[in-house]
Design a protein around this ligand. Structure first.
Ligand code: FDM
Length: 212
């Protein structure tokens, strides 16, 4: 049998674009077609670092802006051994948010450059495919009220969207923009096709390092 690593697949997008729904459907579809796959999400609120982040997002605690940015990054780094192990075992990972959310959200705050925000995540396992679920701010607003967590406001989300657009100009990352304004099934079909292509392609490629 030939050796095949799993693919690292990331879904990004602004709130209400349907990332979590699509990640779950994608993992299910991959498993049903006989491709080993698991879901991960960031922040992973189950670790000690994740609990600090969760309490900050729920507004139960305050953290200084640089500090929380570094905690989000540390939360990814602490899971790198697990990510590498799974990929080596041939399991594809479908990840709900990654370093791109990290950069887009912090750099939407005043005084944070894209470069400063990227630096702690330089060298993370590089996703083989990053799908950006694109939804205009007005379409997102039409999907109902935001929740009560930090960052869940229209004004902030608009800035986040423009930071994502800056990040998507980087050709070193395999971005695919997905129109998320369609039905769940149509979006899923599109996402699955891109993913299966990526899974088939990574066989010949070693795992890369992000932004390096
Ligand atoms: N978020 C998420 C960040 O600010 N930085 C990060 O690195 C990541 C991964 O946390 F508002 C923000 C994005 C969102 C919140 O929400 C997490 P969900 O609902 O758990 O995805």
């Amino acid at each position: 049998m030939t050796y095949r690593r799993g693919a690292l697949i990331v879904l990004e997008g602004v709130d209400k674009a349907g990332k979590t729904t699509q990640c779950k459907k994608l993992v299910q579809a991959l498993q049903q077609s006989g491709r080993p796959a698991e879901m991960m999400r960031f922040p992973d609120r189950t670790t000690k670092i994740g609990q600090l982040i969760s309490s900050y997002l729920e507004r139960k605690s305050n953290l200084e802006d640089h500090t929380v940015h570094l905690l989000f990054s540390a939360n990814r780094w602490e899971l790198v051994p697990e990510i590498k192990e799974k990929l080596e075992q041939g399991i594809s990972l479908v990840v709900d948010r990654y370093a791109f959310s990290g950069v887009a959200f912090t750099s939407a705050k005043p005084g944070f450059s894209l470069d400063w925000c990227k630096s702690p995540d330089v060298g993370l396992p590089k996703p083989d495919l990053v799908m950006f679920l694109k939804l205009s701010p007005s379409e997102a607003e039409g999907r109902g009220e935001f929740g009560t967590e930090r960052y869940e406001t229209t004004v902030f989300q608009r800035t986040v969207q423009s930071r994502f657009e800056q990040l998507m100009k980087d050709p070193s990352v395999n971005w695919q923009v997905i129109d998320a304004a369609r039905t769940i099934e149509d979006v899923h079909t599109d996402i699955k096709e891109h993913t299966v292509n990526a899974i088939n392609k990574v066989e010949e490629q070693p795992l890369g390092e992000l932004w390096k």
